[in-house]
Design a protein around this ligand. Structure first.
Ligand code: PEP
Length: 250
C-alpha cells in the first residue's frame, strides 16, 4: 500500500514570520488526516527553522526546495543535505521545473543533487515534466522517461526505494491549467513501467508518484481518486491554510 503524500511548495513566498503563522494554521487543521497520509510543507530555506518549530507535535513534515550536490566545503550560498536534516527536514525537491528552466540546472547536476539527498537521509522528490511544445508534438513520454533515466539510472534498488517522483507538466505549473486525471494517470502508468524496467517490480509497485500543476481544492479529489496518482505537489494553493487543508484528505 503506497502512502499518500500531499506536499506544499511555497516557492519564494512567505518570510519566516509569515511562514510560521501559516504552518501553525495548517498543523492545527490536520487532526483528522489519516495516518497513511504524509503532509509536507516546503518553505524557503530561511523559514525552515520557524516552520519545523511550528509543526512540532503535528503529523506535518518539512521539506526543502533545493539541496547542494556537495556535502560540505567552499560552496558559497549552498545548503547541504546534512544541514537540512539537522533542521528536521524529511524531504527535498530535486529538479523542480523552475530550477530546470529558470535557474538552468541540467541533468548531470540534478543527478548529483538526488544522490546528495539520498546520502544525507532525505527523501528526494524528483520532479519531471514536459514543456507545452513537447506535449503538443507528442514527445511528452519520451521527455519524462529521459528525465527519469538521467536522474535515477544507476541507483541501487534500495537507494531508489527512498525516491518519490513528481510528474509536473511544465505547462500546468502556475498557469491555472491542470492535466486531466486521465493524462496524469497515463503518464504515471508509463513512469511506473519504466521504474519496473530499471529497478524491478517491487520498486514499480512501491514508488509514490505525485502529480503537480495548478492543483486546487476543486481538482484534487478527481486526481487523488485515480489509483495511479499517489499524491499531489501543490504550489499556489499551498500558500493559504484553507485552500491547502481543503486538498489534504481527511
Ligand atoms: C509547483 O510549484 O510544483 C506547482 C505545481 O505549482 P502550482 O500548483 O502553482 O502550479
Amino acid at each position: 500500500m503506497r502512502r499518500t503524500i500531499i506536499a506544499g511548495n511555497w516557492k519564494m513566498n512567505k518570510d519566516h514570520i509569515e511562514g510560521a503563522a501559516l504552518a501553525r494554521e495548517i498543523a492545527a487543521g490536520l487532526a483528522r488526516t489519516p495516518p497513511s497520509c504524509d503532509v509536507v510543507l516546503i518553505p524557503p530555506f530561511t523559514s525552515l527553522p520557524a516552520v519545523t518549530e511550528a509543526i512540532r507535535g503535528s503529523i506535518a513534515k518539512a521539506g526543502a526546495q533545493d539541496i547542494s550536490a556537495e556535502d560540505e566545503g567552499a560552496f558559497t550560498g549552498e545548503i547541504s543535505g546534512r544541514m537540512l536534516r539537522a533542521l528536521g527536514c524529511a524531504y527535498v525537491l530535486v529538479g523542480h521545473s523552475e530550477r530546470r528552466h529558470i535557474v538552468g540546472e541540467g541533468a548531470e547536476l540534478l543527478a548529483r543533487k538526488l544522490r546528495a539527498a539520498l546520502r544525507s537521509g532525505l527523501a528526494p522528490v524528483y520532479c519531471v515534466g514536459e514543456l507545452l511544445g513537447e506535449r503538443e508534438s507528442g514527445a511528452a513520454g519520451e521527455v519524462v522517461s529521459r528525465q527519469i533515466r538521467e536522474g535515477c539510472e544507476g541507483l541501487a534498488p534500495e537507494e531508489f526505494s527512498r525516491v518519490v517522483v513528481a510528474y509536473e507538466p511544465v505547462w500546468a505549473i502556475g498557469t491555472g491549467r491542470t492535466a486531466t486525471p486521465k493524462d496524469a494517470s497515463d503518464m504515471h502508468g508509463s513512469i511506473r513501467r519504466l521504474i519496473g524496467t530499471l529497478f524491478g517490480a517491487a520498486a514499480a509497485a512501491e514508488t509514490p508518484l505525485l502529480y503537480g500543476g495548478s492543483v486546487k481544492p476543486e481538482s484534487a479529489p478527481g486526481l487523488l481518486a485515480d489509483p495511479e496518482i499517489d499524491g499531489l505537489l501543490v504550489g499556489g494553493a499551498s500558500l493559504a491554510s484553507d485552500s491547502f487543508l481543503a486538498i489534504v484528505p481527511r
